[in-house]
Write a protein that binds this ligand. Structure first.
Ligand code: P6P
Length: 299
């Protein structure tokens, strides 16, 4: 039971702050309430993103700029404002908050500290400072050096992230290049020396499928663990590596391919079956599918 308790003994922001507050009985709890409202605001945004889909919430990717408001940012902001000026808080004397996309926007948020919330597509980043003079609150209060920041954090809105149709990154263990089959070798060559005048892709390879696929989900591109002479069925396990990551990639608008078929249509025969995998941005995977298709035609 101790091991199980250890595994599930998660430290949350609220738990950490309450622990800290317990060590300072003289504290009023402003910071605790502010952080718990930020956490609640982020959960509210996360649930909205999961329902509406990230791309729809922020409009077309890249639409936001300093002038334009950002729907996620507004959603988080109005949630925080509501929570902090809601009468159930006992009429907190509100203070200052600044929302990333609307530098000029000065809103009331909480007592004695303020939140500088920057919400860009898919994640919220915030910093918290102390108001310098609570009887004379100005926009200058947000123009403090980072060294004066009391706390900072971020929230990533995960499962509704949608990836670009084509990416700037390819992710593969180039050390296996001598063992690759022709379609994989041709695809990687195309990434490095594109013949159509497009910019070459950057190579990023961490060597942990979760980390490489997480980056692919966030920024696009393609992750490859192909079959080769050393591993004729590839290295990654179907049931607990290929399937879960292929599922997530398809949900994010990408695709996952084995060199022969859609990865999710594989039917494993044994628990530890392995499969080659090419997964990522839709058009990048289309490119490698075309190379394997022409290979099978040439035979
Ligand atoms: P290589 C980790 O050992 C793992 O199973 C995957 O998480 C990762 O993508 C792959 O192997 C890395 O293998 O041969 O590049 O070291």
């Amino acid at each position: 039971h101790a091991a199980e308790a250890q595994r599930t003994d998660l430290m949350t922001i609220t738990r950490h702050v309450l622990n800290e507050q317990g060590r300072h009985p003289e504290s009023r709890g402003d910071f605790t309430i502010l952080l718990s409202h930020i956490v609640l605001g982020c959960k509210f945004v996360a649930s909205a993103v999961n329902k509406a889909g990230l791309a729809k919430l922020i409009g077309l990717a890249g639409d936001t700029n300093v002038q334009a408001s950002n729907p996620i940012s507004d959603l988080l902001y109005s949630t925080l404002l509501f929570l902090h000026t809601n009468p159930c808080d006992g009429g907190w004397p509100p203070r200052v908050a600044v929302q990333g996309e609307e530098q000029k926007k000065l809103d009331v948020l909480s007592n004695e500290v303020f939140v500088k919330a920057l919400v860009s597509s898919g994640r919220t980043i915030f910093g918290i400072y102390m108001i310098k003079d609570k009887d004379n609150v100005t926009l200058d209060d947000v123009l403090q050096p980072g060294t004066d920041m009391l706390a900072a954090g971020y929230c990533m809105y995960g499962s509704s992230c949608t990836i670009p149709n084509i990416g700037k990154i390819y992710s593969v263990n180039e050390g296996n290049a001598k063992n690759w089959d022709a379609p994989t070798a041709k695809f990687v060559e195309k990434c490095k020396f594109p013949q159509d005048g497009s910019p070459s892709k950057s190579l990023r390879y961490i060597g942990s499928m979760v980390a490489d696929v997480h980056r692919t989900l966030l920024y696009g591109g393609i992750f490859l663990y192909p079959a080769d002479q050393k591993s004729p069925n590839g290295k990654l396990r179907v049931l607990y590596e290929v399937f879960p990551m292929s599922f997530l990639m398809e949900q994010a608008g990408g695709q996952a391919f084995t060199g022969k078929q859609r990865a999710l249509e594989l039917v494993p025969r044994k628990i530890h079956d392995r499969s080659p995998i090419f997964l990522g941005s839709y058009d990048d995977v289309e490119d490698i599918k075309a190379l394997y298709a022409s290979e099978s035609i040439i035979g």
